[in-house]
Structure formats: C-alpha cells, structure tokens
Design a protein around this ligand. Structure first.
Ligand code: NAD
Length: 251
C-alpha cells in the first residue's frame, strides 16, 4: 500500500478556490507539483502563490474548460512545464438554480457544458498524455446530487450533469484499463464553499435539517479520498464513485 504522491505531477481544474483549492493545497503538501487551472486567473495566481510555500512547483493557467482549444493548450503547457501528468483532479463546476419549467436553454447548456462536457474534454486531453506515458489517475468531481434530488432548490441540470459524470467515469475506466489509466470520481455532499455559502439561509436550514451530520463538510475532508485515488494505494480501484456526504444519502 503506497499513499505517497511525492514528485507526482498534478492538474486541478477549478483549483482557484473552494474544493479545488483545498485539494491542490493537499497535493502540494504531499509533495506533488500542481497546475492550478481556472477561468479566474487572478484567484488562481493567488492560490498558486500560497500553495508554493509547500516547496513544490505550482503554476496557474487560465483556461475555460468548456473550450476544447483552451483545454488542449493547457495540457500542452503542463507537459512542457512538468514533463508528464500523473494526476488530474477534474473538478471545475457550476450550479444554476432555475425551475425546470422556467429554465432557459442557455442555462441548461451552460451547466451541461461546464459540469459534463468539460469533464470529458479535460479527461480526453489528459488521457491521451497518460496513455502515451503508460498510466495515470483521473479523479472527477461528481456529487451526491448524482444520487439524490436536492431540495428545496431546483437544480435539474446540475443533478443530470453529475449523474452523467459518474457514467462517464465508468466508461473511461473500462476503455482505459488496458493503458493503466484509472478513472474514478468522488461524490461530495454539501461542502462549505462559495457555491453553497452563497445560498439563501432558508435553503441552508433545510439542508442541515435533512442531514444526518447536522453540518456541511469542509473541503479538506475530501482530501483523504482524493489522495487515495491519486496514489498507488488505489491501484485496483477504477470506475469507482466514493460518496463523501456524512451519510446524507443514506436516509
Ligand atoms: P466553487 O464555485 O467554490 O469553485 C469552482 C471553481 O471552478 C471556481 O474557482 C471557478 O472559477 C471554476 N470554474 C467554473 N467554471 C469554470 C470554467 N468554465 N473553466 C475553468 N474553471 C471554472 O465551487 P466548489 O464548491 O469548490 O465546487 C467544486 C466542484 O465540486 C464542482 O464540480 C461542484 O459541482 C462540486 N461539488 C460541490 C459541492 C459543494 O457542496 N460545494 C458538493 C458536491 C459537488
């Protein structure tokens, strides 16, 4: 069993803040070089500066992960800088809360583009590198919303996109097994980040009332599972989805 990721080269999309930032910081503290990939380059640079203090190489790359050209350029840059890609935490995501009967076509497409199509684009571009180099680990961020329907907020596109992430993860895991490229996902419950903290108080009250843990998770409470999936400790784990929700989906 080997949880050591020292010297490995990692990409974290949506790494400027929230869950991505916390995982990027965890990777760096564990000794991996990290590329922080985000549409918000100012925040990504600030995060990179902070994380560098761990003594590893950290770069920030502005990328809209929904744009295939930008994703290809980002992956090329990471390979130029780091020489290879061992780990990809494929995590950038958004949520738009609109009632199904009122949701605009544009809102639907935006959520599916960022949360599902971009996860494929990044996995494809990184997967090509990993196949060539003989292996690697891709970890996608799905959600407990792939398993349950959250209430009271309406978020049908988000829920559908995250269910898609799980089946995409399984599909890539099967296709890329011969190349030693493992593909897994995590399904967090409510985690304290800008995405959830910006919600109206009455939504948050409902979430806590429905939760078994009576609290939201912290981003750093996802790190152990992600390090496991990133490292050789998970060498026989591929196509898996780890639900990390304080038992929210159990009841
Ligand atoms: P967040 O809003 O704090 O961070 C998301 C990051 O993604 C931001 O830095 C943002 O700039 C970046 N991003 C958004 N669109 C992008 C794009 N097109 N290209 C590149 N970067 C882009 O959210 P978070 O809570 O940290 O969420 C991270 C992931 O975890 C998302 O996929 C989200 O759906 C998922 N998730 C979050 C929760 C939660 O409760 N916070 C629960 C389950 C799953």
């Amino acid at each position: 069993m080997n949880f050591d990721i020292r010297g490995k080269k990692a990409i974290v999309t949506g790494g400027a803040r929230g869950i991505g930032k916390s995982i990027a910081e965890g990777f760096a503290k564990a000794g991996a070089d990290v590329a922080i990939v985000d549409i918000d380059i100012d925040e990504a640079k600030k995060t990179a500066e902070k994380i560098k203090q761990a003594g590893v190489k950290v770069i920030a790359i502005k990328t809209d992960v929904t744009k295939p050209d930008q994703v290809s350029a980002m992956v090329r840059e990471v390979v130029e800088e780091f020489g290879r890609i061992d780990i990809c935490f494929n995590n950038a995501g958004i949520c738009i809360n609109e009632k199904a009967e009122e949701m605009s076509y544009e809102s639907w497409c935006r959520v599916i583009d960022v949360n599902l199509t971009a996860v494929f684009l990044v996995a494809q571009a990184v997967g090509r590198v990993m196949i060539k180099q003989g292996g690697g680990s891709i970890i996608n961020t799905a959600s407990m919303s792939a398993h349950i329907v959250n209430i009271p907020q309406p978020q049908c596109a988000y829920n559908a996109s995250k269910a898609g992430v799980i089946q995409l993860t399984k599909s890539l895991a099967v296709e890329w097994m011969p190349y030693n490229v493992r593909v897994n996902c995590i399904s967090p419950g409510y985690i304290s980040t800008a995405m959830t903290l910006s919600a109206p108080d009455e939504w948050k009250k409902t979430w806590l009332d429905l939760s078994v843990a009576r609290r939201m998770g912290k981003p750093e409470e996802l790190l152990g599972a992600v390090i496991y999936l990133a490292s050789d400790a998970s060498s026989f784990t591929t196509g898996a989805d780890i639900i990390i929700d304080g038992a929210f989906t159990c009841v």
